[in-house]
Ligand binder design. Structure first.
Ligand code: ADP
Ligand code: F6P
Length: 490
């Protein structure tokens, strides 16, 4: 049981994440359109929140400076149960700078950046770090304005590592959970971060810390023991007698949403059109944010090698890559976009003809129904993340493959490698030959084996849903808070 039913109402949950589930776009003076935000965090949480009286607190996706405009946008967002945090001038240094220029690469084992623009005096580590703390304070202010006694505050991701401390300083009784949607690296990588101790000390103030995989949780605990000198136990981290529970909660999707979509006449129609478009060819699919951690260049190199070594396949296979642009304010992201475009040009130039191109690359987001149609008609899904928290795209593919039973080729460095590894073909994306061989094996796999592998993964995706993830996390958080109340009363 997740909560006290005696109170007769659903418990209130404040989900606090950098990004709201909808992003605003200005359509005119004081008018806005709201679109679903891309990314795994939003997709995962959408399957969870129905059981709670949930409000979202987060950045609305636009800069708004005018007070009248802020009120108008807040009103539209309130209808979606969303409360905006306006980050204004702090946004660039906080989001593009500290979150995505510093923390994101560290958490994904890529080390601290050494490019020229990091030597710019306005973008020094200290300036970005100060902006990060200020942004976390702005989130706190909005939470305080909306907090009611008994609310659960669930903080998400690396953008908000100071919130647990700030919340507990404001009111030590608030129930605080923090979940990391990205990997947590080895202490050898993390310890290069100049602010390493303050961030760890802050998240340790939460009542429960969650990670996608056992390895990420283990890295976190050993990092705390090595950097802070605290004790690591099977329960979590112990600092001067106080235990912070650290546990593993692998996120999932809402599988039925995808299964249902594949049954819709509109989606079936889209599937038929796609099948006609690619008639006589096998379709390999890639769906990623255009992020260096997704290993899109490595995916293309593997595909190029496959075409090189298997001339008989050249006219019989196509790689459809949908890559939604992301974090354009961060120079490294602009660089990866240029690299990807260069490779598409090279490979299509080498192996294409007037009538056929081996790679169909689109820098854009596609709508939900069309995405499901693509997942359903694909013969192979190619996920080559260099590091990835979970990678929900692989779950979504499996959910849409009940008819086709296509093959998932999956990076061993994605969290999903641990949950879907039994049914997928696991690859090291840095090993071009291995990726090329896996493509070949997937395309040639006999129906019986595809069926067997799909069955294992489908079963996993069905049972390890986002709802289960949320229930498990909340149930554990509630238990911990109930135990600590008993301790206090004693
Ligand atoms: P991340 O959290 O790093 O973005 P995930 O694979 O966990 O990675 O989640 C990505 C989410 O964003 C999925 O729900 C996927 O459907 C969605 N998504 C990714 N790329 C696109 C795209 N080009 N068009 C539409 N949705 C996309
Ligand atoms: O999965 C990591 C993550 O940062 C999520 O928090 C988010 O859903 C996704 O990547 C997209 O990132 P952003 O919100 O920066 O566009």
């Amino acid at each position: 049981v997740v909560y006290d039913e005696a109170c007769g109402r659903r418990p209130r949950l404040l989900v606090v994440a950098n990004r709201l589930p909808v992003s605003a776009k200005r359509t005119g003076e004081n008018s806005w359109s709201l679109e679903m935000s891309p990314g795994g965090l939003v997709s995962g949480l959408l399957g969870v929140t129905a059981q709670f009286d949930t409000k979202w607190v987060g950045w609305p996706g636009v800069d708004v400076y005018d007070e009248v405009e802020k009120r108008a946008l807040s009103k539209s967002l309130a209808e979606m149960k969303c409360i905006p945090v306006f980050l204004e001038e702090v946004f660039d240094q906080y989001y593009n700078g500290y979150c995505n220029g510093i923390l994101w690469p560290i958490l994904h084992h890529m080390g601290l950046p050494q490019e020229d623009h990091h030597l710019d005096t306005n973008k020094t580590f200290q300036t970005q770090y100060d902006a990060y703390k200020k942004a976390n304070r702005l989130f706190l202010d909005v939470i305080i304005k909306n907090y009611e006694e008994g609310d659960i505050v669930w903080c998400h991701d690396y953008h908000l590592m100071f919130l647990p401390q700030y919340l507990k300083e404001y009111n030590s009784k608030i129930k605080v959970g923090w979940f990391l949607h990205s990997p947590f690296p080895s202490s050898e990588v993390y310890k290069t971060l100049p602010s390493r101790s303050e961030l760890l000390r802050s998240v340790l103030r939460a009542d429960l810390l969650g990670f996608h995989t056992y390895d990420f949780a283990r890295h976190f605990v050993s990092t705390c023991t090595r950097i802070l000198g605290v004790e690591g136990t099977h329960e979590g981290v112990v600092d001067q007698g106080r235990v912070t529970r650290v546990a593993v909660f692998p996120i999932g999707i809402d599988p039925d949403r995808f299964i249902r979509a594949c049954e819709l006449p509109e989606v079936k129609q889209q599937m038929n059109e796609l099948k006609e478009r690619f008639a006589g060819k096998k379709v390999i699919l890639g769906v990623d944010r255009l992020d260096m951690i997704k290993g899109i260049p490595q995916k293309f190199l593997g595909f190029e090698k496959f075409l090189e070594e298997n001339p008989n396949w050249r006219d019989k296979v196509v790689l459809v890559q949908i890559a939604v642009p992301t974090r354009n304010g961060v120079p490294e992201y602009r660089k990866v976009k240029t690299q990807v475009h260069g490779l598409v040009g090279r490979i299509n130039g080498r192996f294409g003809s007037v009538s056929s191109l081996p790679i169909h690359h689109m820098d854009r987001s596609v709508d939900f129904n069309y995405l499901c149609a693509l997942y359903a008609i694909a013969d192979v899904m190619l996920v080559t993340s260099l590091r990835d928290g979970m990678n929900l795209v692989s779950y979504e593919f499996v959910a849409c493959q009940e008819v086709k039973k296509g093959v998932l080729v999956l990076s061993e460095f994605a969290g999903a490698g641990q949950s879907l590894g039994a049914g997928a073909l696991l690859v090291n994306p840095w090993n071009v030959t291995e990726v090329s061989s896996a493509i070949k094996e997937a395309l040639n796999m006999p129906a019986e084996e595809r069926e067997k592998r799909h069955r294992v993964n489908f079963q996993y995706v069905k049972t390890h849903s986002a709802k289960k993830w949320g229930d498990d996390f909340m149930s554990e958080l509630n238990e911990i808070c109930a135990e600590s109340e008993i301790q206090i009363r004693k």
